[in-house]
Design a binder for this molecule. Structure first.
Ligand SMILES: Cc1cc2nc3c(=O)[nH]c(=O)nc-3n(C[C@H](O)[C@H](O)[C@H](O)COP(=O)(O)OP(=O)(O)OC[C@H]3O[C@@H](n4cnc5c(N)ncnc54)[C@H](O)[C@@H]3O)c2cc1C
Length: 411
C-alpha cells in the first residue's frame, strides 16, 4: 500500500465528523479534517443526549468532560393542554439496566468542542479550518479532493473520504447520490428563550401534545436557557415568522409571564436518506447520510453511532484485518437503522405530538400513563432509542444472519 492509501480525509467538523475523526485517529490512522467554517459552528441545534448516546460517549472516554458542563435530568413530561393532563416519565426505570439512566443537556457545539480538544492531543490528527470541499475524484487507489482554502485552491490526497458535511452535503452531491425521501409540508421554528419554566412546573424535557399548538420545550444546559420548538403552516411567508412568535407563545403558554426571546430560526424538516452510504472510497455519516424531524432527538443520536461504526470498520480495513465488505456492511446496516428505527420513530413522535383528533390524543395520553406507571413498560418503550445503535459491521461480516433487535413502540 502507498502512504496515501492509509490516510483519511473527513469533510465537516460537526459532531459526527469530529467523532469519526477521533475514532479513526485513536487507532493510529492519519486523519485530516476539513471544515469550511473558521471554527466549530455555534448555531443552536441539538441539545439533548439520550442514555445510549451517553453510553457511547463513555466508551469513547468523553462522558466525564460532558458531565462536567452539562445539565443532568431524569424526567420528561408529556403534557396534554386539552385535558390539563401531565404524564411524567422517569428514566429511573432504566436504573440497573444501563450505565447512564439519565439525559444530559448541552449544546452540540459544546460536545463538538470536547471532541476537538481530545483530537488536538493526537499527532496524527490535522485540522484545517476555512477549507471547503468543492471537487472530488476517486482514483481507484485513493481520492483527490479539490478544496478552496485561505491559501487558494488546493488538491488534497487521501486513501478514503468521509462525508460528514451535513444535510446539504457536497460530498453526497459530488459522488452523485440522491437524497431520497420527502420534505414535510409544515415549517418548524426553533426559539431559544429565557423563562422560568420550573415556576410553571415544567420538567427539563417536555412534549406538549396539542394539535396545531404543539411544542417541544427543553432545557439547553446549565444556564437557565430553554429551547421551545413549535410548528406553523408551511404556506405562511417565511420572511415574517418573527412577527408571529409572540402570538404563538401566548397560544402555547397561555397565562404565563412574557418570555425573553434570545434567538429564533425557521427550518423545514425532512425524512430523507442518501441512496447509498458508500460509493467506492467514500463513506457518508450523520446528516450527510440522513435527515429527520427533530422530535425525539433521533437525528444526532443516529449520527454519533454512524461515526462509531464507521471508524471501527474503516480502521479495520486500513489496518488490514478486514476486507472492504465491512464497509458495505456499515453502509447497509446504518441505512437499515435509519429506515426501520430512526425514521419511523421520529415519524411516530411527530404524529403523536401534532395529533389533532381529540379521541386519538386521549388514547395517547392514556397509553403514556400506563407506560409511565410501570418501569418495565417504560424500559420497553425506551428500546427504540437503544436500537439506533444497530449492529457492528465487524460482527455482521462474521455473522451476516445476526438478527436486528426488535422494535418496541406499538401505540
Ligand atoms: C434547530 C435544530 C434543532 C435540532 N435539534 C435536535 C435535537 O434536539 N436532537 C437531535 O438529535 N438532533 C437535532 N437536530 C439535528 C442535529 O443538529 C443534526 O443531526 C446534527 O447537526 C448532525 O451533525 P453532523 O455532524 O452530521 O452535521 P452538521 O452538524 O451539519 O455539521 C456539518 C459540518 O460540515 C461543514 N461543511 C459543510 N459543507 C462543507 C464542505 N463542502 N467542506 C467542508 N466543510 C463543510 C459545515 O460547516 C458543518 O460544520 C437539530 C437541528 C436543527 C437545525
Amino acid at each position: 500500500m502507498t502512504k496515501s492509501d492509509d490516510r483519511v480525509l473527513v469533510v465537516g467538523a460537526g459532531p459526527v465528523g469530529l467523532l469519526a475523526a477521533l475514532g479513526l485517529a485513536r487507532q493510529g490512522v492519519d486523519v485530516t479534517l476539513i471544515e469550511s467554517g473558521s471554527a466549530i459552528s455555534q448555531a443552536p441545534r441539538a441539545s439533548g443526549y439520550h442514555p445510549p448516546t451517553l453510553g457511547l460517549l463513555d466508551r469513547m472516554g468523553l462522558i466525564e468532560d460532558a458531565r462536567e458542563i452539562a445539565y443532568r435530568s431524569e424526567i420528561i413530561h408529556f403534557r396534554f393542554p386539552s385535558t390539563g393532563g401531565i404524564v411524567p416519565m422517569s428514566l429511573a426505570a432504566l436504573s440497573g439496566r444501563v450505565a447512564h439512566p439519565y439525559f444530559l443537556h448541552l449544546g452540540q457545539h459544546e460536545l463538538a468542542e470536547i471532541v476537538l480538544r481530545h483530537l488536538e492531543r493526537l499527532p496524527n490528527f490535522h485540522m484545517r479550518w476555512n477549507t471547503e470541499l468543492v471537487a472530488f475524484k476517486d482514483t481507484g487507489r485513493g481520492v483527490r479532493a479539490g478544496v478552496d482554502s485561505a491559501d487558494g485552491p488546493q488538491v488534497l490526497e487521501a486513501g478514503w473520504m468521509v462525508g460528514a458535511d451535513g444535510a446539504r452535503s457536497t460530498v453526497r452531491r459530488l459522488v452523485g447520490l440522491e437524497f431520497e425521501g420527502f420534505t414535510w409540508p409544515d415549517r418548524y421554528v426553533a426559539t431559544n428563550i429565557r423563562f422560568d419554566f420550573e415556576k410553571y412546573g415544567f420538567a427539563p424535557s417536555n412534549m406538549i401534545h396539542d394539535g396545531s399548538n404543539w411544542a417541544i420545550v427543553t432545557r439547553l444546559g446549565r444556564e437557565p436557557l430553554w429551547r421551545l420548538t413549535f410548528g406553523e403552516d408551511g404556506d405562511l411567508p417565511e420572511e415574517n415568522y418573527m412577527s408571529r412568535i409572540p402570538e404563538r407563545f401566548a397560544s402555547i403558554l397561555p397565562g404565563v409571564d412574557p418570555c425573553e426571546l434570545v434567538a429564533a430560526a425557521p427550518y423545514r424538516v425532512h425524512e430523507r436518506a442518501a441512496s447509498s452510504f458508500r460509493v467506492g472510497r467514500v463513506l457518508l455519516a450523520g446528516d450527510a447520510a440522513h435527515a429527520l424531524n427533530p422530535i425525539g432527538g433521533m437525528g444526532l443520536t443516529g449520527g454519533v453511532f454512524d461515526a462509531w461504526h464507521l471508524s471501527e470498520a474503516l480502521g479495520a480495513v486500513i489496518e488490514g484485518s478486514h476486507g472492504e465488505d465491512v464497509l458495505d456492511a456499515y453502509a447497509a446496516e446504518r441505512k437499515r437503522v435509519f429506515v426501520e428505527v430512526a425514521a419511523s420513530t421520529a415519524r411516530e413522535h411527530k404524529k403523536r405530538v401534532q395529533q389533532t383528533d381529540p379521541a386519538a390524543i386521549a388514547r395517547n395520553e392514556e397509553m403514556l400513563r400506563l407506560v409511565a406507571r410501570d418501569p418495565e413498560l417504560t424500559a420497553i418503550a425506551m428500546r427504540d432509542t437503544f436500537a439506533i445503535e444497530g449492529r457492528s459491521p465487524l460482527e455482521l461480516v462474521k455473522e451476516p444472519e445476526k438478527a436486528a433487535p426488535e422494535r418496541a413502540m406499538a401505540w
